[in-house]
Design a binder for this molecule. Structure first.
Ligand SMILES: Cc1cc2nc3c(=O)[nH]c(=O)nc-3n(C[C@H](O)[C@H](O)[C@H](O)COP(=O)(O)OP(=O)(O)OC[C@H]3O[C@@H](n4cnc5c(N)ncnc54)[C@H](O)[C@@H]3O)c2cc1C
Length: 461
């Protein structure tokens, strides 16, 4: 018998939970005894940013039938719902996000219990502040924010997108006003909000925040460059439509034209554009990888906003709630840019908005950043990723988004993916573009867990 090996999973949101589940199950299947350390500062492992909400109006934006934590068992989440208080649950339902958080936490708990005797699991409620790779035989030294250290043979960095960036449009004055929410997902971030509100951004985050802040007597204003809300999912979705034209190898201009033809064809045939967009989903990572750096930058600048509103849609029930808010003018949407802020009455804020109609001054109590922008890892505030980049154990991914990997294994400054350090989800954004939703994360989690177990078996220990 070789020495017992240690795997550290850093961050236990959805991605970390899925990796841990797969490691537990794979270790039992392979008969490989190991120590698994889960490091997560949050109170409950498995919920992360998206599924920690307790607001029943916050729904999944993906149907339940596509949210199983195992791609090969698509019915797993729906079956779980049926056994846990939603007996009528169906694959097409857009379920409350808090239920999904409970499903992940429960699935993780059951996997840990099922692996008892093979996998010894420890949960540490702290952050990882650094990770030093010490060489092939020696593994990694993981530094904890509470001053402790861990020696690991393999490390999986499931940290999500990290802290939200302070946006460039937020002036010094606004930041100092005490009336500005940088990250609406930070626990309790919206608790102090009073009076009318300006949301900057109009994507899925803005929709959730608007629903959360909706009440009689309050106007929620939202402003974004395009002034577009996410489109709604169909009440009765149709299956994804495969694109008839070959898309592989096309530069961005050719891709735009081919996608437009595909959408028009599907719209003519089915009366709905959604199956056309859904049919592109399995191809996105490959198409993105084949684009030149210049084309990727042009896509992000010119096309991504339009892509996002069609691709990341609202559940029908959410769309109805948003329509109600707009009809009663409790939600008012504008296309425009924020030009500046200055102090208003009662400690509030006046925002200057440049819109097609000219400059408009809007007096609100609070301003909430809903742009959901995360800085490139190299500029981010997370000491873990900054340290890995500084030590050359990681390098930025395309366009500086996330980090470069080889199938999830970190590439170092030497160009090689030789360290037993893996990541998944948002840190692979530059490489894959679409990588932050469960249908992508669950596939990556299964692959990372197998790669980790293969690695532990490589030296025959
Ligand atoms: C509001 C919202 C709604 C969403 N809705 C859906 C949906 O309906 N369907 C869907 O498929 N996707 C949805 N998504 C996408 C979502 O990003 C993924 O589904 C998933 O939650 C991502 O999980 P993650 O574990 O990668 O990241 P996170 O949820 O961000 O989890 C990362 C975890 O890592 C921890 N962490 C970070 N750094 C460290 C560190 N240094 N040390 C220790 N721990 C650390 C954090 O505390 C956190 O718990 C939504 C996203 C958001 C923001």
């Amino acid at each position: 018998m070789g020495r017992r090996r240690t795997v550290v999973v850093v961050g236990v949101g959805a991605a970390g939970a899925m990796v841990a589940v797969r490691i537990c199950e794979g270790a039992v299947r392979r008969g490989r005894a190991l120590d698994l350390v889960l490091v997560e500062p949050g109170a409950v492992a498995g919920r992360g940013v998206a599924y920690a909400t307790d607001d029943p109006r916050h729904r999944l934006n993906v149907p339940a039938g596509n949210m199983s934590c195992r791609a090969e068992e698509p019915g797993d989440f729906v079956r779980w719902l049926c056994r846990h208080g939603v007996p009528e649950a169906a694959a097409a339902d857009f379920v409350e996000r808090r239920r999904y958080g409970a499903y992940l936490a429960d699935t993780l708990g059951r996997a840990i219990i099922g692996a008892r005797g093979t996998v010894r699991v420890r949960r540490l409620r702290t952050r990882v502040a650094g990770c030093r790779w010490r060489g092939a035989g020696a593994g990694a030294r993981v530094e904890l924010a509470d001053g402790g250290t861990l020696d690991a043979d393999c490390v999986v960095l499931a940290t999500g997108a990290g802290p939200v960036a302070v946006p460039g449009w937020a002036s010094e004055g606004l930041r100092a006003s005490g009336r500005f929410v940088v990250d609406p997902w930070a626990p309790g971030a919206l608790d102090a909000v009073r009076g009318d509100v300006l949301l900057v951004g109009s994507g899925l985050t803005a929709v959730d925040v608007a629903l959360r802040l909706d009440r009689v007597g309050r106007t929620v204003h939202a402003v974004s460059r395009g002034g577009r809300l996410p489109r709604a999912h169909a009440e009765h979705p149709r299956p994804a439509a495969v694109c008839e034209d070959p898309l592989d190898g096309l530069p961005l201009a050719g891709l735009r034209a081919a996608v437009r033809r595909h959408v028009a064809r599907v719209l003519r045939a089915q009366g709905d554009w959604r199956p056309a967009v859904d049919g592109l989903r399995p191809l996105t990572a490959r198409l993105w990888a084949a684009l030149s750096e210049e084309d990727r930058a042009a896509f992000v600048e010119r096309d991504s906003a339009l892509w996002n509103v069609h691709r990341h849609r609202m559940p029908p029930v959410t769309a109805r709630a948003v329509s109600r808010m707009r009809r009663t003018r409790r939600l008012r949407l504008r296309a425009g840019r924020v030009e500046g802020f200055w102090p208003g009455a009662d400690g509030g804020v006046v925002a200057a908005l440049a819109t097609a109609g000219g400059t408009e001054e809007l007096a609100v109590g609070w301003v909430v950043n809903c742009t959901g922008t995360h800085p490139p890892v190299a500029e981010g505030r997370d000491p873990l990723w900054r340290g890995l980049l500084a030590d050359g154990e990681a390098v930025p991914g395309p366009l500086g988004m996330g980090v470069a990997t080889d199938g999830g294994r970190l590439r170092g400054a030497d160009g090689r993916a030789a360290r037993a350090l893996w990541t998944l989800g948002a840190p692979r954004r530059g490489e894959l573009w679409e990588t932050t939703a469960v249908p992508e994360i669950r596939v990556q989690a299964a692959a990372v867990a197998e790669a980790v177990l293969d690695h532990l078996g490589e030296d025959g220990s």
